[in-house]
Design a protein around this ligand. Structure first.
Ligand SMILES: [Zn+2]
Length: 494
């Protein structure tokens, strides 16, 4: 059909008509452009004919290509950059391929190859960086030393990552920001697409790790995303994952209680979730109340005494949302301190629940790794649990030592709350295994609402990357607020 149009010449109106005709003939399910749109495209340099000259066959191809690419989610500026690189023949092939539903790339060969190579290099650099950060963290934990020195003692992966990042900077013609370990570790507290990194490949729409933050900026602990990415190629032992290590530590502690161990597990996790800031008296009261005093030594190790530098006007401010210790912050907005947990509402809008005077009794605060891996996710877990409890459902928190986060009616419904910032690293984790959730008839993954607000297509991206086979295919993915609504509407009643 296109063949008959090779000699065609016309103005904006007739080009619009021609496109309208072809869209109908090819039965494309796209929006038909108006004359105004065609004129807009001309002003945006989508059409390549010189100014004041009539449109020709090339512009029909450019118009059709633009319509198809917009539908695929391309922006006008990227279309403008690609079209001049494609000859009439290639353009026609791509359009016909697209119409027939064949896989098309729309990128010139040289660019595809180069772009793909760059993306792979960038992904590898991020995996190495995640591994380096995790190793460095483990090493600091073991040595009780919190100073990073750029010497031979840096993990090899960190060196390799810095080298690979350096190449990316050079290839983009930029100043190498990866030569100093301190700068790299500082930048790792921000998402990879943040301008601080200044790498175009990290900001590319198709770069899977662009939303990833490797180090929690407040708590200075490797994030869950960091852990998942580090294990992408299975290079590490699973026990190196921070969360896994904490889990084993707690299981070992509760083991001695025999058949009360699952109960003890839940109560300790609940303590760390609800009372990550607590006075010593209350700490011992809690253990006594649940007949768990024999674990006091083990549980004490999950806390540290509140140091004076975290006091504000000599008192410890408790966050009005999650209950943890608010940290001093130089920003006047946070003159009363800021909640260090980014998933907490108090992180951006601080609110004080109470002021605790350490002179009236020693204060304890959960260790940063506990705050990151247990207290922070507990905000969603406890919100779901408390709602179900209030509705009078048969609900359990962390049943069977964490088979899932919340279960309803024994094995009927299992819910895991997740707050990975990157949908791809969560997909990777779930594809690897869904854990104890597989024991439940209905398996729900509840995604933190703040993350969905920050990344509107999070759930779609996660669904797209999840395996469509095995247990993974049975997962129901929804927001935490959706789960809570369903509970309130009685959807999970037996
Ligand atoms: Zn908070």
């Amino acid at each position: 059909m296109l063949k008959t149009l090779r000699q065609w010449i016309g103005n904006a109106e007739s080009l619009t008509k021609q496109l309208d005709y072809l869209i109908r003939e090819f039965q494309l399910s796209v929006e038909i452009p108006s004359v105004r749109t065609v004129r807009l495209w001309r002003s945006k340099n989508i059409f390549s004919q010189p100014p004041k000259q009539k449109f020709g066959f090339r512009q029909i191809l450019e118009g059709l290509a633009t319509i198809l690419l917009l539908k695929k989610g391309w922006t006008l500026s990227s279309i403008e950059q690609i079209l001049p690189l494609l000859s009439d023949v290639v353009l026609e092939e791509q359009i016909l391929g697209e119409i027939e539903g064949k896989p098309t790339t729309w990128l010139p060969d040289s660019l595809v190859k180069n772009h793909r190579q760059q993306t792979e290099k960038a992904e590898n650099a991020v995996v190495l960086l995640a591994q380096g950060i995790l190793h460095l963290y483990n090493r600091l934990l073991a040595s009780q030393d919190d100073i990073v020195r750029q010497d031979d003692n840096l993990p090899i992966e960190l060196y390799q990552a810095m080298g690979q990042l350096g190449r990316l900077y050079i290839e983009e013609g930029k100043f190498d920001r990866a030569s100093c370990v301190h700068e790299v570790l500082h930048n790792a507290r921000f998402s990879l697409q943040n301008p601080l990194w200044n790498l175009a490949i990290f900001q590319d729409d198709n770069f899977v790790y662009k939303d990833v933050i490797l180090i929690d900026s407040e708590l200075v602990i490797p994030t869950e995303d960091c852990g998942e990415i580090a294990h992408k190629y299975g290079g590490f032992g699973e026990d190196n994952l921070i969360e896994r290590r904490l889990y084993l530590q707690l299981c070992q502690a509760v083991e001695k209680l025999g058949n009360r161990r699952h109960f003890a597990y839940t109560k300790i996790r609940e303590l760390l979730g609800r009372f990550s800031l607590i006075s010593q008296d209350k700490f011992y009261d809690y253990l006594q109340e649940h007949n768990l005093t024999s674990l006091s030594g083990d549980v004490f190790n999950f806390y540290t005494e509140v140091p004076d530098i975290w006091l504000i006007d000599n008192v410890a401010n408790r966050c009005g949302y999650c209950g943890t210790l608010m940290r001093p912050n130089a920003n006047p907005k946070y003159s009363n301190g800021q909640c260090p947990i980014w998933q907490c509402e108090g992180h951006l809008s601080p609110k004080i629940a109470e002021k605790l005077d350490p002179k009236k009794g020693e204060l304890l605060v959960a260790l940063p790794q506990i705050l990151t891996y247990w207290t922070a996710p507990a905000i969603d877990e406890l919100a779901i649990y408390d709602t179900a409890k209030k509705q009078g459902l048969n609900v359990e928190l962390y049943p069977q030592s964490d088979e899932c986060d919340v279960s309803i009616n024994d094995l009927t419904i299992g819910i895991d709350a997740k707050s990975y910032r990157c949908p791809y690293s969560l997909a990777h984790k779930l594809n690897y295994r869904i854990g104890g959730l597989k024991h439940y008839q209905t398996r729900i993954i509840a995604i933190n609402d703040r993350i969905i607000k920050d990344h509107p297509y999070y759930i779609e991206k996660l669904q797209e990357k999840l395996d469509k086979t095995d247990f993974t295919a049975t997962l129901q993915i929804m927001s935490v607020s959706q789960v809570i609504n369903n509970i309130k509407e009685g959807k999970y009643e037996s």
